[in-house]
Design a binder for this molecule. Structure first.
Ligand SMILES: [Zn+2]
Length: 190
């Protein structure tokens, strides 16, 4: 960091302060002892969305949220849940490290999120995003959603049953132990 007065390169930080979206540092030149200020901010990351026709558009979190809100209109979903979904998608997009993301990929991420939230919102979003040409396209999508839900429910039930068996087995161990103690035959003593 060059001193603006003497252009020497050595300075020490005498004060650091958080200001809004950045950090302000007061510095003192080691050479001429004069003081100056530097600011540190996160550089904006430009993420471009590549549309189906090849046009590029800057990624806009609020625009994505608006699209999801429309699909979720009058559905029993708290708006914080939608905010979280968009933040989650944004974080995933930035984490890819890519500069350009196909709009298709973002659409799939939204559908993946809505699938777990609300059937109606999911089909609404799919109908706009996949641009169903006819009613068959929509029926296929709904069929796919139904299958996914059936599989997800079955997996949950398998999980619950396994936990129940586990709990029952532990109960049995406890009961057997209690029985043995009552009979005056403590564990592990022949
Ligand atoms: Zn200086």
């Amino acid at each position: 960091m060059k001193c603006p007065f003497c252009a020497k390169n050595l300075s020490r930080v005498i004060d650091t302060r958080e200001i809004g979206d950045g950090i302000r540092r007061r510095r003192e030149c080691q050479s001429c002892s004069r003081r100056f200020t530097t600011y540190e901010r996160v550089a904006p990351i430009n993420l471009l969305v590549v549309k189906n026709d090849g046009r590029r558009e800057e990624y806009n979190r609020d625009k994505l949220l608006e699209g999801i809100r429309i699909a979720c209109a009058k559905r029993p979903i708290p708006s914080q849940v939608l905010e979280d979904l968009v933040d989650d998608i944004s974080a995933q997009l930035y984490a890819t490290g890519e500069v350009e993301i196909p709009s298709r990929a973002i659409g799939e991420m939204v559908m993946e999120g809505l699938k777990k939230l609300d059937d109606v919102a999911y089909v609404r979003f799919a109908s706009v995003y996949r641009r169903f040409q006819d009613v068959d396209g929509m029926v296929d999508e709904i069929q796919g959603l139904k299958e996914w839900k059936r599989e997800a429910t079955a997996a949950q039930e398998r999980e619950a049953a396994a936990q129940e068996r586990e709990a029952a087995a532990q109960d049995k161990v406890r009961q057997d132990g209690a029985q043995q103690r009552q009979n005056g035959a403590p564990n592990n003593i022949p």
